[in-house]
Design a protein around this ligand. Structure first.
Ligand code: ATP
Ligand code: MG
Ligand code: MG
Ligand code: MG
Length: 494
């Protein structure tokens, strides 16, 4: 089944169950100082859950453009290295605002996966909240357990802790237990060797979480205590690309038709082959993923820049350019050429890609152009040091001194990283080509100093939302980048 059809099936299924199908909210959030990018389907419904506004429909379903590159949901470092986390992905979801609860949510999720998608029941596992012994003293989610027990074999129901099976919006607000559905797509032979149950939530690329059903039934008060919510809600989220992987019988999200047209285009442009060499594979996956994140952001009106959300987007694009530069030997702008295929494959569901194609191409091309120039400048600077070291190596014969000298200084590596946007591996690669090493210790020391400086000035967000503290002596200081990942900097006391 083509990805287009899979998306349509999901929406159709919930439409038949009286859900209003609503459009995806923008991925870039403009009117919420506490969240820069949509990172889950429920973001756009937050005010309903908080009781601040009343929904027009009490059953809703959609596919939501999400970006997970900061705060509690920061998957950036996984992207490209694994085969099932993206920066930008679609989250399919269905919601009940004070209408149906666990019984329907569980029964429908199971019906959709096993009857509509025809996923074999014995490749699915479900998880149930086991309860907690901490201050909350929550019991097991026996309600969900009973409901699942009616439809799922006992050995396929697993218990999960608070980290995996209890969802909270933030320090305060609606929260509740959740049930996740995981799928095991390994071969029968592999399954016979190790039970899938042992691999759930273990970062196994073929035993992955596909759907999370959250049952909001509590409200966490400012003093940390839980109280029952007057009306209960359902919030579910399913990874669309992961569902496509399962439905299309492939082993990686990147082997689905969501990604293959982009990957084929990268192969053609860069004259490389996906699937042969792991470094090249990672680079291709990073580029295929990041062009989506960047294109969707620009289509939402967020251009790369040096501050806020724009800076996050610039970093993502530069990360992809660097991977291309290092592993695919791309020395000229090329990512802008991928926008055409992307808008052809996804433009039907997200017309903004088609409408804004020209703009996206121009912006990406310009960014590539200027960043490649920076890389060029960095390389010249690095080459100067390499030449100096080589010269002094000729003069110095004392072997001890020679080994100390024959390293790119930590200061140079840090300068290249901090000012020119060079990742350490790029500096190492160039050094290696010249028979030199890099003083990693020195680099790490400078990096640590920079981190300490940022940390003392900020806090790092762990939650979905930052609850605005009632302290007037605070100002929003935006996002900050630490290492290659992007972390959110909250409010700084002034
Ligand atoms: P995981 O444990 O795999 O990181 P999660 O528990 O963080 O997933 P949820 O917050 O529960 O994910 O989001 C709901 C669903 O969205 C997940 O079940 C998964 O299918 C999908 N999903 C989450 N993060 C990503 C991502 N980075 N890329 C693609 N799909 C994702
Ligand atoms: Mg996650
Ligand atoms: Mg999870
Ligand atoms: Mg989850």
């Amino acid at each position: 089944m083509k990805s287009q059809e899979i998306r349509a099936k999901f929406l159709e299924f919930f439409k038949e169950k009286s859900h209003k199908i609503v459009p995806s909210a923008p991925m870039v959030i403009k009117d919420d100082p506490t969240l820069m990018f949509t990172n889950a389907g429920m973001n756009q419904f937050k005010e309903f859950f908080l009781g601040n506004s009343v929904p027009k429909y009490n059953r809703v379903a959609d596919t939501q453009k999400c970006l997970r590159v900061s705060g509690k949901h920061n998957d950036l470092e996984e992207v490209g290295k694994d085969t099932y986390h993206h920066t930008m992905f679609e989250m399919l979801g269905n919601w009940s605002f004070g209408d149906y609860f666990k019984a329907e949510a569980i029964a429908w999720a199971w019906e959709f996966l096993t009857e509509v998608c025809k996923i074999e029941k014995d490749s699915l596992y479900v998880t149930v909240f086991e309860g907690s012994k901490d201050a909350d003293q929550l019991g097991q989610d026996t309600e969900a357990l009973e409901l699942w027990s009616k439809i799922v074999a006992k050995d396929r129901i697993l218990f999960g802790n608070k980290k995996d099976n209890f969802w909270e919006m933030g320090d305060q607000g609606p929260c509740g237990p959740c049930s996740e559905i995981h799928v095991d797509i390994r071969s029968a032979q592999e399954k016979a060797k190790v039970s899938g149950a042992a691999l759930v939530n273990q970062d196994h690329p073929q035993v992955v979480e596909i759907w999370n059903l959250v049952f909001m039934q509590y409200n966490r008060k400012a003093n940390g205590q839980l109280e029952a919510l007057p009306s209960k809600h359902v919030d579910t989220g399913m990874g669309f690309e992961r569902l496509c992987m399962v439905m299309q019988g492939v082993q990686s999200n990147y082997d689905t038709d969501v990604f293959t047209p982009i990957i084929r285009e990268i192969e053609t442009i860069t004259n490389t082959k996906y699937g042969k060499d792991e470094d090249i594979n990672i680079a291709i996956r990073v580029i295929a993923d990041h062009i989506r994140a960047v294109s969707f952001s620009i289509a939402d009106g967020q251009l790369p820049s040096n501050t806020g959300a724009g800076y996050v987007i610039r970093r993502i694009l530069r990360r992809a350019i660097r991977y291309g530069f290092t592993f695919l030997n791309t020395k000229e702008p090329f990512m802008f050429l991928l926008v055409k295929v992307l808008s052809e494959t996804m433009g039907k569901s997200f017309p903004e890609l088609k409408d804004q194609r020209q703009l996206i191409e121009n912006v990406v091309k310009e960014e590539e152009h200027s960043f490649l120039k920076t890389i060029g400048f960095g390389i010249t600077e690095l080459q100067k040091q390499i030449d100096l070291i080589k010269l002094s190596k000729k003069d110095i014969n004392a072997s001890k001194q020679e080994s100390d000298e024959a390293k790119i200084t930590g200061g140079m590596a840090f300068y290249l990283y901090d000012t020119c946007g060079f990742p350490l591996d790029l500096t190492e690669l160039i050094a290696e080509e010249n028979g030199l090493a890099v003083n990693i210790e020195g680099f790490n020391k400078l990096m640590q100093q920079q981190k300490d400086r940022s940390r003392s000035a900020s806090e790092v967000s762990k939650e979905d939302w930052i609850v605005l503290a009632e302290d007037p002596h605070q100002e929003f200081v935006g996002y900050d980048n630490l290492e290659t990942s992007v972390k959110i900097v909250k409010y700084r006391k002034v």
